[in-house]
Write a protein that binds this ligand. Structure first.
Ligand code: 26Y
Length: 810
């Protein structure tokens, strides 16, 4: 137990060593670093003990490979998970310092785009909190996802320089650096009747690991997130330098450094860039080399690697882990192909996160071969043997099937195919998504490898989204059902016993109101917009993408505004529609949608005639921290993607946990949310998956007939182009065209009527306070099933074969 007195001493000592100042002399930033040092010290011993325990037990360990990690800030979480939050808070309060102000100093690492990166962090959190041996590998991007600002309604991007100040959570480990090789050629060297392959004339990039401790929740366990950074092996090119060519002397270094310069900001459009391929191989090669080295050092026989080690491939981005592991086993440990292949497939597992065709990675052979000649050779051989297996074992004769299955196709390497062939497990991220993989998108693979396919519905960190983000709701829950739900969140169902208790329902509404007031203040401070916390807070915060249909949301707001204009005394619950999210910098229509939201917001928010019944807010620079402020304040959670397009969604689960009512299409995990909470506690609308596929198949979707046939739709859509919003001529023409001229790919017009109806239903339900509060309580109560602890339990059991390892204290 850390007492306040000991803490005081530790902070004072840390201040002397990190800032050379006494407590009285130090400023807030000094104190933040000193506190960080204290946390590092308390973490260090547990970290070392966890490592020793894991190595000594030789317990099976999973290595999670991901190009993205959206960690959020660490200080608050680390204090909570170490169990020292209260004493630290107490100590600083004694000095009139609010912990929140200290937390604000930390830069947030935005090393991910959205759902996939946040899920990776949830998994590390759960692995560590359940004392399972599991560690992450990723890249230490110098610049995370760009910082978004809104200027004149448009998105502006700036580099996010999260490493500008010192990052106290990372530990550089130069002695564990490895070499990654690019380019060059392959020599075939005969040895007796066999061959070995020698990679020659390659260039080397040094991969230096930076480790961040991932602390488990009050369980004396600390795992590791290892992020690799690229360094040049030579300081500078001396030849060029001595010739006086200073630029040339630094060229190579710049080229090397570019590998970890920046995270690609696209999460739905694959564009085959050479630097991205370099990044992916950098992660994979450094990581797999590290895994093999650790195994060998720990006395694990490589012939049995799969019994001790699992490698997880988070979407196809790290798919080259398959040929890289083959390369190491064969070229460095002289294993035969057949044996290496068995081990590789048993070691690797793969998660698919999207069905969108345009997000599928397919590398040009020429690029792949030139940059990674040995990986190309191995990939080609994997494919040759796979095609032979299809013919000889699976007796496939259809050219169409062969064509769909082949890893190499029309001068490209299909990374989904490589991942499936090289893994023993392929999972989707929600039931519908996994079913669609089996029945549609990957059915040819399912036909030959049915046993590989499975579902693992995503999950969220309930410790973050409930215990930390909504302390009042967590406290109420604890008062009502005891503390068991904190480590076993399914117990939250016991809240249902209190569904009819008016006192409890009053308290639920009170807590929500408090949260809304806090968000209102944030909105006012950052945008100057006044919002009414007595009305409905309706939130859609996520990446801006056509399939997520922020456009449908804002079109409905335009419709409401029109109704209010015609009838300013219309009896309606005041509503605030809140948006947040980044658009990929090259995604033109998505950026236009941001401009549209801000344009509508400017007109509506300044219109005094509608008496504050409608407000629209776009909060800039969405991040984990901002989500933490927004989600607890939501009454309505907008999860309105076109059916079949959102693989799972995870924010849907976070809102549910915080008692928001989901306004949902039957897509992704929304379907499972409905099953958990019951049809009466969610509002669903829109086309179903099979209806969408039906339209595709028949090719008979006709948005124009809806446009011309439905006056409400026509009048609303026409406002995009008829000068109503006083924007430059043609500004929103592309949006209009996407709906009316180019076929409305995401069925916005088709679903519009039923979306309006669903919104009407929401408005009516909100008028009945106790009915609403009861629904809210049910949502929180039933959300425990979506804790990532359960998801990880299933990955561990059914895919990885990883078990809880009781922590040991030395
Ligand atoms: C290849 C490149 C263009 C690319 C980069 C990032 C492709 C995809 C991504 C990220 C995808 C992503 O975040 N997908 C989301 O994963 C979540 C976690 O499984 C799902 O909940 C969500 O539905 C899905 O869109």
């Amino acid at each position: 137990m850390l007492t306040k007195e000991t803490l005081k001493k530790e902070i004072e000592e840390a201040l002397y060593s990190t800032a050379g100042k006494s407590f009285a002399e130090s400023d807030l930033t000094d104190k933040y670093y000193a506190l960080g040092n204290v946390v590092r010290k308390h973490t260090g011993k547990i970290w070392s003990e966890t490592g020793k325990n894991q190595r000594a037990s030789k317990a099976k360990t999973v290595y999670y490979f991901s190009m993205e990690y959206l960690t959020g800030k660490f200080m608050e979480k680390n204090l909570e998970y170490l169990g020292i939050y209260e004493v630290v808070k107490d100590f600083f309060e004694d000095h009139d310092i609010c912990l929140g102000d200290l937390f604000d100093i930390e830069a947030e690492p935005g090393l991910g785009n959205g759902g996939l990166g946040r899920l990776a962090v949830a998994f590390l959190d759960s692995l560590s909190s359940m004392s399972m041996p599991g560690h992450g590998y990723g890249l230490r991007y110098e610049k995370g996802l760009f910082k978004q600002s809104i200027e004149n309604g448009y998105q502006k991007e700036e580099p996010q320089n999260w490493l500008k100040e010192q990052n106290i959570w990372e530990f550089k480990r130069p002695s564990e650096a490895v070499e990654v090789r690019y380019g060059g050629g392959i020599q075939v060297i005969p040895i007796g009747k066999k061959f070995t392959f020698r990679h020659v004339d390659y260039s080397i990039v040094k991969a230096v690991p930076y480790d961040t401790p991932f602390i488990g929740y009050k369980n004396h366990n600390v795992n590791t997130l290892r992020l690799w950074s690229a360094e040049s092996t030579e300081d500078l090119n001396l030849k060029e330098f001595s010739k006086g060519n200073l630029c040339g002397a630094f060229n190579k270094i710049d080229e090397v450094k570019s590998i970890c310069q920046v995270l690609y900001p696209d999460d739905s459009y694959y564009d085959g860039k050479r630097l991205r391929l370099k990044q992916e191989y950098f992660l994979v090669s450094a990581g797999v080399q590290d895994v093999v080295r650790k195994s060998v050092n720990n006395g694990i026989p490589l012939e049995e690697l799969h019994k001790y080690t699992a490698i997880h491939i988070n979407d196809t981005h790290p798919a080259m882990a398959v040929p890289e592991l083959m390369r190491i086993l064969m070229d460095e440990y002289y294993m035969e192909w057949e044996q290496a292949w068995k081990i590789t497939v048993k070691t690797c597992a793969f998660t698919n996160h999207t069905l969108l065709e345009e997000a599928m990675e397919k590398w040009d052979i020429s690029l792949y071969r030139d940059l990674l000649p040995r990986i190309w050779q191995i990939t080609e051989e994997i494919n040759n043997r796979f095609l032979a297996e299809l013919r000889n074992v699976h007796r496939i004769t259809s050219a169409e099937a062969m064509d769909k299955l082949s890893i190499i196709h029309q001068n490209t390497v299909r990374m989904v195919n490589l991942s499936i062939v090289g893994s023993h497990s392929i999972n989707g991220v929600a039931k519908l998504h996994s079913d669609l993989l089996k029945e549609r998108e990957l059915r040819h693979f399912y036909n030959i490898y049915p046993q590989k396919f499975n579902n693992k519905t995503n999950g969220i960190i309930h410790r973050h989204w409930l215990l930390s983000a909504n302390k009042n709701l967590a406290d109420l829950t604890e008062d009502l059902i005891g503390p068991g739900f904190k480590t076993n969140p399914i117990q939250m169902r016991e809240l249902l016993k209190h569904s009819n208790d008016k006192q409890v329902l009053d308290r639920i509404m009170e807590i929500k109101h408090e949260n809304k007031k806090n968000l209102s203040k944030y909105i006012y401070d950052t945008t100057g917009i006044k919002t009414n916390p007595h009305g409905i807070f309706d939130i859609q915060a996520k990446r801006i993408h056509e399939y997520k249909r922020q456009l449908m949301n804002i079109l409905h707001v335009m419709y409401l505004y029109d109704k209010l204009k015609t009838n300013p005394n219309m009896d309606m619950v005041p509503r605030t529609f809140i948006f947040a999210g980044k658009a990929a910098p090259g995604y033109y229509i998505a950026k236009e949608i941001i401009k549209l939201i801000n344009t509508v917001a400017r007109v509506v928010n300044s219109d005094l005639t509608i008496k504050d019944k409608l407000k629209i807010v776009f909060l800039e620079d969405y991040s984990v921290s901002l989500a933490t402020k927004m989600i607890p304040a939501a009454d309505v959670s907008e999860q309105i993607s076109t059916a079949t397009k959102e693989a799972s969604g995870t924010s849907n689960m976070k809102y549910m946990m915080n008692g928001a009512i989901t306004l949902a299409t039957l897509d992704g995990a929304n379907i499972e949310i409905m099953k958990e909470v019951g049809e009466n506690n969610i509002v669903v609308f829109g086309l179903k998956d099979y209806e969408v596929y039906d339209f595709y198949q028949r090719g008979n979707y006709d948005p124009q007939s809806l446009y011309f046939g439905n006056p409400v739709i026509k009048e609303t859509i026409d406002k995009l182009v008829n000068g109503y919003f006083r924007v430059p001529y043609g500004e929103f023409q592309p949006i209009y065209d996407s709906l009316v001229k180019y076929g409305d790919r995401y069925f916005i017009l088709k679903d519009f009527e039923s979306y309006m109806q669903a919104q009407r239903k929401i408005g009516n339900m909100y008028r009945n306070k106790y009915q609403w509060a009861e629904m809210s309580l049910s949502n929180t109560a039933c959300s425990g099933a979506f804790s990532s602890d359960y998801t990880i339990g299933r990955y561990a059991n059914e895919i990885w074969g990883v078990k809880t390892l009781t922590p040991r204290k030395d």
